[in-house]
Design a protein around this ligand. Sequence first.
Ligand code: GLU
Length: 282
Amino acid sequence: MATGYRGRLAPSPTGLLHLGHARTFWIAAKRAQERGGVLVLRNEDLDPQRCQPEFVAAMYEDLRWLSIRWSEGPDCGGPYAPYSQSERRSFYLEAWQRLRDSGAIYPCSCSRKELHAAATAPNDTDDEPLYPGHCRSRTDAVQFRAPQGVNWRFRVPDGETIEFADQHLGRQAFVAGKDFGDFVVWRRDDVPAYQLAVATDDARMQITEVVRGADLLKSTARQILLFRALGYSVPNYYHCELVRDATGLRMAKRHDAASIRRLREQGLTPSQLLRDAETQTK
Ligand code: GLU
């Protein structure tokens, strides 16, 4: 068991890091440092379609430029372990097997078209729509020796309120089956889904506090269900306000002009950049 504070930085190399990442990662680094803790860098490069090696190199460089230092993970001379999600498949597979054996997940063969037709409008722009439940009663999960070929969904406890005390935003509560439905833990194209990979990694890396953006608040409720089903203890959470552009939209990797790289090329210093990020959360 971890005794001291263990935090993590978990960027995905799907584009250049932007102002929002700079602020979140800076807070994560500060919290770890203030507590004399360890900061782990985890490269979340699971999706082969969206991740690119040049963005991995850019991530490390941008973090260094911001004076963010980590003591476990790639590029820091720290202890070796696979810290890139693409090298951690065996851990996710083990979690999938356990969830399959306990009946927590089920195979789902619904086509994208069927799901699209049934989807009620999700509350947030990029949230997973509520699954209508067609494949929920399937009992053939244990016949699958490997996950590929179907989507695997977590059977959420309908009506249960999943609560947690966010270290920054206070009490959070989401109702399973209403705020989020049976979510995907393993994709049909044989890629472990974000929720499963992150919950498995945070548990195995013995992370004691997860610092990340408030866009992931609802995912925290999903991940708490996964921790519970896998018998892991739940870390603390600290969700940071989102940094928004001039029109009020939250920063995304499409905002090239707000990337750390571009702002640095324009001559901004790290402290000016962090100050700008701060004003754009208001
Ligand atoms: N890799 C995710 C992202 O870049 C963050 C995951 C997390 O912090 O849980 O959006």
